[in-house]
Design a protein around this ligand. Structure first.
Ligand SMILES: [Zn+2]
Length: 613
């Protein structure tokens, strides 16, 4: 009896153990071979260790950070499915991105070809940093969502990617190889999100690894004509990261970060250049210009991409946290994800003197002008964000313009309400602690959360009035706080000197050379060709001072009610005189630092840029 019982127990233990071992965790095993490019396509094989729970196999319609639907399934062809006996299973294509596989419980393998997006004749071109590129034996841009699909609802299962490659190509990525040799790389990621978040660029190795504090920084660069190299770019990126480290109170929020840079000597088909951010890396598609031209651009874009680590990566809404690759829902807060990021990028660089103040202020002026001339000022920014995939797609670019200026306005409100002790960066760091990468906020509650953290009514008022409502943005009032004047238009008065041509004779005297285009004022005062100009309003005229005298007269007509000129004509000295003719001209987007800022303006300017106005 006892033995029998023991036998039964043993049987159960063995049976259960067997049963347990049969319940394998589903895993995706992908194979791709970069040696076998045919017709600009790569062959992809997916093997599953156990049948998936869903019969729908799909590729993303959209990926995070792009804010545009691309339908990556469009680049997939000849998709076939097999059982373990290598027999074909029936596959039905549902739409551009989805396939239904019959007898899914028998599935062993899926096989298909992928064409790259970078040279496709299809419309709706993919922004290159989010796309794929196959250049046989030379360079491969593997944005994983372009090559690898997943089963509906099964994005949270692990992926194993095996890449066969020519031995002279190196796979640059933020991913660590789990194993491999000179002709094979293996990568393991915990889910589809991590896979999408980690592009790989295969190219002849031009890489460098550097350290910023405790953060390991990896740079991989493809420069077809070798105009730039990883060492050169790496140094410039270190400067940026050092500046950002200081900006973030001496701590970079990651232990490793990769810059994957593709420089091109021909324009891309999307018509855009730029980069796409990821948690531990960013991918760049930029023109291969001389270092003097392109390095500052790389610095600027890298500063932007890296700061995405704060938002949306560490501060984001549920729409982003539970990213839907097939039917994305947009958050209302692009002013935060892209706008504040763009604002911080410029601010950190100017504070660290990597760009000078004039360049920075000029960039702000440029943003105002572009925002006003290219985009709708009477569209609530929250509305733009929410509908950026649909009717407001053409307004998306404003996130880098007005979005950044929203960041500026909030920063100044926070600084002035705290006597310089608290700024937008502090708010962002606090928000990232409150939320963080794994705790999204509810889209509708962000303004409330900001209000409870800051306790500054003006912040809430600003967000409601200028971000959540279609009120024209208060550019002038915002910049006035720091002693910078911005006027959409200004009527300027000026005088005319007569619009005559002057020249210098052999005795270094100034004389009237031509009066072909002489205006009414010139006619009134009565210039004649050959008149030698001796004195202007009693000041002797010389080659040295003629420019200043004329400029002063033209630009400050209020100082000179009359113009009196002593001239020599035909050997005689005579007087020409006339009442000054004051003309008016409209100037647009006038932008300058005030000559006499108030004490408050000076203080705020210093607290803002850490510079003296
Ligand atoms: Zn961005």
């Amino acid at each position: 009896m006892k033995n029998y019982l023991l036998l039964i127990i043993l049987f159960f233990v063995i049976y259960n153990a067997k049963c347990f071992s049969q319940e394998k965790t589903f895993q995706y095993y992908y194979n791709i071979d970069l040696n076998t490019v045919s017709e600009d396509q790569l062959e992809v094989t997916l093997t599953v260790n156990t049948p998936p729970e869903s019969a729908i196999f799909q590729f993303p319609a959209i990926v995070p950070g792009t804010y545009k639907v691309y339908d990556f399934g469009r680049f997939v062809s000849e998709l076939t499915a097999y059982n373990s006996k290598e027999e074909l299973l029936e596959v039905e294509k549902l739409n551009d991105n989805q396939y239904k596989i019959n007898d899914i419980s028998d599935l062993d393998k899926i096989h298909y070809y992928v064409d790259d997006t970078w040279d496709t004749p299809m419309p709706n071109k993919v922004f290159e940093p989010a796309g794929t590129n196959i250049e046989n034996d030379d360079v491969f841009v593997i944005n994983n969502h372009g090559f690898f699909g997943y089963f509906d609802g099964m994005e949270n299962f692990p992926f194993h990617i095996e890449v066969k490659k020519p031995s002279h190509l190196y796979g640059g990525s933020a991913l660590t190889r789990s194993k491999g040799d000179s002709i094979t790389d293996h990568f393991d990621v915990v889910n589809y999100h991590r896979l999408v978040d980690n592009p790989i660029i295969y190219t002849e190795a031009d890489t460098v690894t550097l350290n910023v504090g405790t953060t390991k920084v990896f740079v991989s660069i493809y420069s077809p004509n070798k105009k730039l190299n990883a060492d050169l770019v790496g140094q410039k990126l270190i400067d940026v990261l050092e500046a950002q480290k200081v900006f973030l109170k001496n701590q970079l929020p990651t232990d490793h970060y990769s810059f994957l840079i593709y420089l091109t000597d021909k324009p891309g088909i999307s018509g855009a250049m730029g980069a796409l951010e990821h948690w531990n890396c960013s991918f760049y598609f930029l023109p291969e210009e001389s270092p003097a031209v392109i390095l500052p651009v790389i610095q600027e874009i890298a500063a932007h991409e890296f700061f995405h680590i704060i938002t949306p990566l560490s501060i984001h809404s549920e729409e982003i946290a539970h990213f839907d690759y097939m039917e994305p829902k947009m958050s209302k807060h692009l002013w935060l994800y892209e706008g504040v990021t763009e604002y911080f990028a410029g601010l950190a660089l100017v504070q660290a003197n990597l760009i000078d103040e004039e360049t920075y202020l000029d960039a702000l002026r440029g943003k105002i002008i572009t925002a006003k001339s290219t985009y709708m000022d009477d569209l609530a920014f929250t509305e733009l964000s929410k509908k950026c995939l649909e009717e407001y797609g053409n307004q998306y670019g404003n996130v880098y313009q007005k979005g950044a200026l929203i960041g500026l306005a909030l920063d100044l409100i926070l600084i002035e309400n705290s006597d310089g002790k608290y700024n937008l960066r502090d708010l962002m760091l606090e928000l990232s602690q409150t939320y963080g990468s794994s705790r999204p906020f509810k889209d509708d509650q962000l303004f409330h959360a900001i209000d409870s953290i800051t306790g500054v009514p003006e912040v809430k008022e600003f967000l409601e009035k200028y971000v959540d409502s279609p009120n024209p943005f208060p550019y002038t009032a915002t910049l006035q706080k720091v002693g910078v004047t911005y006027l959409p238009e200004e009527v300027k008065t000026f005088a005319t000197f007569g619009n005559i041509g002057i020249s210098v004779n052999d005795d270094d005297e100034i004389f009237v050379e031509d009066i072909i285009d002489m205006d009414d004022f010139g006619k009134q005062i009565g210039y004649q060709v050959g008149d030698v100009l001796l004195k202007m309003n009693n000041t002797p005229i010389t080659i040295e001072n003629i420019g200043d005298l004329m400029n002063n007269y033209i630009n400050h007509p209020e100082k000179f009610p009359k113009l009196k000129l002593q001239v020599r004509r035909d050997g005689k000295t005579i007087q020409l005189k006339s009442k000054t003719l004051i003309l008016e001209e409209k100037e647009y987007d006038v932008f300058y630092k005030d000559e006499n800022p108030t004490k408050e303006q000076q203080l705020l300017y210093r607290q803002w840029l850490q510079k003296i106005i």
